[in-house]
Design a protein around this ligand. Structure first.
Ligand SMILES: [Zn+2]
Length: 190
């Protein structure tokens, strides 16, 4: 790769400056590689920018006459809150009621990651996962419940612990109490 085309990463010098502002010595042994590491890790944790549900699901979409609820539960995710750039993390439960098209099950966690890997609000992430799945699969309905801990609340002492639960119900899960009840029953802890 020629020098002219090499990607110039502007994050490491910013991190180095941040370390200095915080009272650190970026030259000390333990911190020498930190700016590069922080840059790589932040790039990874925000790689969802520029991707959408169609990218996550790819060609893993199959014509199939199956109209029972499909649930993938306890999908672990890690995201960053947009207010503090601190982690919030937990599990997502995703369900949909197919209407002629089913999606490869391994793509659902990938879908969650696309929306988790950016600066987020839990409420918005929940809705984006639901709407993304709806857009790509055109199902009878989509239901998403997200349970998360927010380190910006716990570490700063705003709230010691506890889960924040958000949900988004679309189509039959919003309109039909029985579909919604079936979904909530399926994700209930035993
Ligand atoms: Zn926050």
């Amino acid at each position: 790769m020629s020098v002219a085309h090499r990607f110039e990463d502007e994050v490491p010098p910013l991190v180095e400056r941040l370390l200095r502002e915080l009272g650190e010595d970026p030259a000390r042994e333990g911190l020498v590689d930190t700016p590069d590491r922080v840059s790589r890790s932040l790039r990874h944790l925000t790689e969802g920018y520029g991707m959408d549900a169609a990218d996550a699901i790819g060609d893993a979409l199959f014509e199939q006459d199956y109209d029972e609820i499909v649930v993938v539960k306890d999908i672990p995710f890690y995201s960053l809150c947009e207010h503090h750039i601190l982690p919030f993390f937990g599990v997502a439960h995703v369900a949909y009621a197919p209407q002629g098209r089913v999606v490869g099950l391994s793509k659902i966690p990938r879908l969650v990651d696309v929306y988790a890997h950016r600066l987020q609000l839990q409420e918005r992430m929940t809705r984006q996962v639901a709407e993304g799945l709806e857009t790509v699969t055109r199902p009878a309905g989509v239901a998403v419940v997200v349970e998360a801990r927010h380190l910006c609340m716990e570490m700063r002492g705003v709230e010691k612990q506890g889960q924040t639960v958000t949900s988004c119900m679309l189509g039959c899960f919003r309109d039909d109490a029985r579909s919604r009840a079936e979904f909530l029953q399926l994700i209930r802890r035993t």
